[in-house]
Ligand binder design. Structure first.
Ligand code: ADP
Length: 344
């Protein structure tokens, strides 16, 4: 029997900046060699989570297990195995060559240095003769990001955490960074966690997608957040207005016990049709398909539908998608019961 090995286990991890809670994760498990896509609006906690997983930051509370051991920042076991690439690359004030050689030299691993650096640069689409001897300030943003990537990949990390790696680089650099990330998994089984707004990339390459909102994790395509604001003033229960209050369609929400939290609906609880139906559905919402992306690994189709500020990602099997003749721009009706919405 093939055993899947666990790379990370996070238990009850919380993080505060001052008295503001920015991360609250009950459980998160990451398999070795997997690619996890992490999406969420700015400020939702993606960078904080990646810093904690990179052991660059200690969470305010909770446990981070890595390779079956409870680990903390600065542990020598994790330092050489886990690496984080941030959106704004940090380069040493040295040449490109020295930046890439730095980690190897610390490991006293100087064999065949020039050839390895050449290969590392080529791996991110940079030519050795043109770049090795440039100084850190003689690079465009995209080139600097590629050098930072090469400096990490030459160390063959077990885990590569990428925080918006292609958000502020040119198209060519973005392509090279995407390609080199996948090659790391292919060549040495590197575990990848990628926070990005580039949804087509994430859906294409990741095995699992998770989304984060206000520091809490949700499973993309399976759990959908009905976003705030919620109107708690209606006498029949809370309501999410889609459009002008009192006039347009709305979602009837269950009674709310906590003061914070999100209304969440599981994909399986939503019936998707082409026309409204008679029957006792609490909610029948008219939406339009705005995007369709193929999840490469599962072959499923991730469909994004919008109704005003309400947007859902729903994963369909190819057969379901063909049966409903799904296409961007198509109108769909989502039907679900209020009792199936949870407050989380
Ligand atoms: P994301 O990467 O999704 O944009 P972050 O993890 O950077 O989210 O931020 C989560 C929340 O924590 C935000 O509200 C942000 O303003 C806050 N935050 C991030 N870093 C700090 C810090 N060093 N000090 C105080 N607040 C911070």
């Amino acid at each position: 029997m093939k055993m899947t090995q666990v790379s990370y286990k996070l238990n009850q991890v919380q993080h505060y900046y001052g008295d503001k809670k920015v991360l609250d994760i009950d459980r998160l498990q990451i398999q070795k060699g997997s690619i996890t896509g992490l999406t969420g609006p700015n400020g939702s906690g993606k960078s904080t989570l990646l810093k904690i997983m990179a052991f660059a930051q200690k969470p305010s509370a909770g446990e981070v297990w890595f390779n079956g051991r409870l680990e903390v920042p600065l542990s020598p076991r994790v330092r050489s195995r886990v690496t984080l690439l941030t959106q704004k690359p940090y380069l040493l004030k040295r040449s490109v060559f020295d930046n890439i050689a730095y980690g190897l030299k610390i490991r006293r691993d100087r064999d065949n240095l020039e050839n390895r650096i050449k290969a590392a640069l080529e791996n991110v689409g940079l030519n050795y003769d043109g770049f090795a001897h440039r100084q850190w300030h003689e690079l465009s943003g995209g080139e600097a990001q590629r050098v930072a990537m090469a400096a990490r990949l030459i160390l063959k990390p077990e885990v590569l955490l990428l925080d918006e790696p292609v958000a502020s680089v040119d198209t060519k650099s973005a392509g090279q960074i995407r390609r080199a990330s996948l090659a790391a998994r292919r060549d040495w089984g590197c575990t990848l966690m990628i926070a990005s707004h580039d949804l087509p990339w994430l859906y294409e390459c990741s095995d699992t997608q998770i989304s984060i909102a206000n520091g809490r994790l949700f499973s993309t395509g399976r759990e959908n957040i009905i976003p705030p604001p919620y109107d708690l003033s209606q006498k029949n229960g809370p309501v999410k207005w889609l459009g002008t209050e009192g006039k347009a369609e709305h979602i009837e929400l269950p009674l709310k016990k906590k003061t914070d939290g999100f209304a969440v609906i599981q994909k399986e609880k939503i019936r998707i049709c082409l026309e409204k139906e008679k029957g006792n559905w609490d909610n029948q919402i008219t939406c339009e398909i705005t995007a369709m992306l193929i999840e490469k690994n599962s072959g499923h189709i991730m469909v994004t539908v919008h109704a005003r500020d309400f947007s859902l990602n729903i994963s369909f099997s190819p057969g379901q998608a063909a049966g409903l003749k799904l296409l961007p721009g198509k109108r769909l009706i989502l039907m679900f019961h209020t009792q199936d919405i949870e407050w989380r």
